[in-house]
Design a protein around this ligand. Structure first.
Ligand code: ADP
Length: 251
């Protein structure tokens, strides 16, 4: 089966500092459908925000953020597990850092772990291990992590689910006349170095990290699809019916 990586961001997974359970259930239902056609690896954010739902620490401070991530990670996984249990799907937790992509030996190890999961019909759920790692060992956002996971596991496509319909010529949250790009084949340096910020208090990515992820994959002859994670219809038609309605395809 073809292999795909689905990455879901904080903007989609959380609402008012809590896990957005209905949206998570919609995502789980989509993954259940996708699993009939693809081997799926899920990369998920949301641990820090989930931790904040019960522990009010300052997430801008390093220890605060780590303590929140450590508290939130099991909450996040429990939420997923409850939903995947409905469909009899077993999940596995894989926590990675940038170091895991440093050497062939380490990459090979987690590749083999993920292969073993997929062969046994277990859904690997990946997140960045920002609990004990130093800032140098971290990607800092799951966009880059998911692109590296997609490449290292030889997935043919990375799907990023965010709070927008795709990549626009300017920020759609600020400009009503922003135009959506349908396909992008190349990303110029100035676009990749733009310092636009993320729009959510717990999000660390923003559009630039998504574009960097896309650039990384395009250069390695892989594809990335950026689409809406609130309304999953664009993801559904692209992945299940092969129809590109909304969403931006980077290839
Ligand atoms: P996530 O939590 O899903 O990773 P982010 O908040 O990090 O999402 O990134 C998505 C946000 O990037 C959008 O909500 C939007 O405000 C912002 N953004 C800035 N410029 C653009 C652009 N040109 N096209 C699309 N989104 C943009």
């Amino acid at each position: 089966m073809k292999r795909i990586v689905i990455k879901v961001g904080t903007a989609v997974l959380t609402e008012d500092n809590n896990i957005a359970k209905e949206r998570m259930l919609n995502l789980v239902t989509l993954i259940v459908m996708l699993k009939k056609k693809y081997d799926v690896i899920l990369v998920t954010s949301g641990a820090v925000a989930a931790g904040y739902s019960i522990l009010k620490l300052d997430k801008r401070k390093q220890i605060g953020k780590k303590a929140l991530a450590a508290t939130g990670q099991p909450i996040l996984m429990t939420s997923y597990k409850k939903k995947f249990d409905i469909y009899d799907i077993t999940t596995a937790q894989i926590l990675l850092t940038e170091d895991d992509f440093d050497s062939r030996k380490r990459t090979k190890m987690f590749q083999e772990i993920i292969d073993a999961h997929l062969e046994n019909d277990i859904l690997p759920i990946v997140n960045e291990n920002d609990i004990t790692s130093t800032p140098e060992q971290l990607f800092g956002d799951n966009d880059q992590l998911s692109a590296n996971v997609a490449y290292a596991t030889n997935a043919e496509l990375l799907v990023i689910l965010s709070d927008i319909d795709g990549y626009y010529d300017k920020n759609p949250q600020e400009f009503k006349d922003a135009k959506l790009y349908k396909t992008i084949n190349e990303l110029p340096e100035n676009v990749l170095n733009d310092t636009s910020t993320a729009n959510n208090e717990f999000a660390t990515g923003g559009i630039v990290t998504k574009l960097k992820a896309a650039d990384f994959l395009i250069k390695r002859e892989k594809r990335m699809f950026l689409c809406n994670g609130f309304d999953l219809s664009a993801a559904k038609s692209f992945l299940l019916e092969g129809k590109h309605t909304l969403g931006t395809l980077f290839e």
